[in-house]
Design a protein around this ligand. Sequence first.
Ligand SMILES: CC(C)(COP(=O)(O)OP(=O)(O)OC[C@H]1O[C@@H](n2cnc3c(N)ncnc32)[C@H](O)[C@@H]1OP(=O)(O)O)[C@@H](O)C(=O)NCCC(=O)NCCS
Length: 316
Amino acid sequence: MRLSLGGTIDDVEQTLTERYAAPPAWRRWVTTAAVAVVAVVGLGWLAWAAYHESTPRVQSQLVAFHVVDEHSVTARIDVRVASGTTDPSCTVEALADDHSIVGERHFNTLFPSPLTRLRVRTPRLELRLGTDAELRELGRVAVAGIHDPDVMPFEFPWTDDATVESVRDYHRERLGQFSAEDWELGLVVFHRGRPIGIQALGAERFAQRRIVVTGSWLGRAWQGGGLGTEMRAAVLHLAFAGLGANVARSGAIAGNPQSLGVSRKLGYEVVGSHTVSPRGEPLEHTDVELPRDRFRSPVPVELVALEPLLPLFGAS
Ligand SMILES: CC(C)(COP(=O)(O)OP(=O)(O)OC[C@H]1O[C@@H](n2cnc3c(N)ncnc32)[C@H](O)[C@@H]1OP(=O)(O)O)[C@@H](O)C(=O)NCCC(=O)NCCS
């Protein structure tokens, strides 16, 4: 078979030269420069990655540990945090011989706020700010359920689309906005060492007004056993005896007898009502108030590390 090519031998040579001959000099320079730039960027990234891997922003080392008994271990850990690192937290795990996790503790390696040192204790509860890991655990409690989904007890219906992250982010943001003029202390309620709910205490221009407001919730598994009363009593003691408040305000949307039950037991009086509409429908919200001299805590309450924090609340 013969293949017939059109054109002359010269034409073919010219075409081959165009296709396969060395490119013009400017193209070689551009290619060399591009390869050099890619190489420099690649090597730079490699050097940065190697440096970053070898010097993480948070480093920790177990200094010593002591097995106290069958159920407890003490450990000293050296944690170094690069300056500028925001809100690092640590998790320490105790492992048994078979490497199963038998104990776990979460803690902040930096104090993002001195308020994290505050402790409010009652016989069954400890109230304090949570670490990042604890706020996520609290988020899991919220997502597992706080109330009958058909009834919304909150003025802002946050439980309709709550996630572990949204609960954590809300509390981190509120703490970030804390000022003596307008503060909200979202104390995590710990029962037997684990977060079970929130007892919040807040105020605007506390130095001038001496009025606090409270809000709270517990995971459903912990409701109805008197813990709601105990945690409200704890923050009322903080407000009246610790901060010098004169009046505490609270309230509940119609159809929330537990919240009003707690208020009634602690001596609040109904002072009025107003309309709210968390899901669009108008609902009556009962407003209650408790003056300082009517409050008698039904449980002993211990306040730890409050004194140096008083100016932060406008309470000095
Ligand atoms: C409100 C809340 C924090 C209270 O906590 P709790 O542990 O359930 O409350 P306690 O067990 O301490 O007390 C509740 C009181 O209300 C009473 N109560 C409960 N249901 C009642 C009802 N249907 N009718 C009348 N009283 C009722 C209880 O009997 C109890 O009083 P008692 O000890 O005299 O019997 C908790 O129920 C909760 O998280 N609810 C869902 C979220 C919520 O409503 N938050 C408040 C928004 S304002």
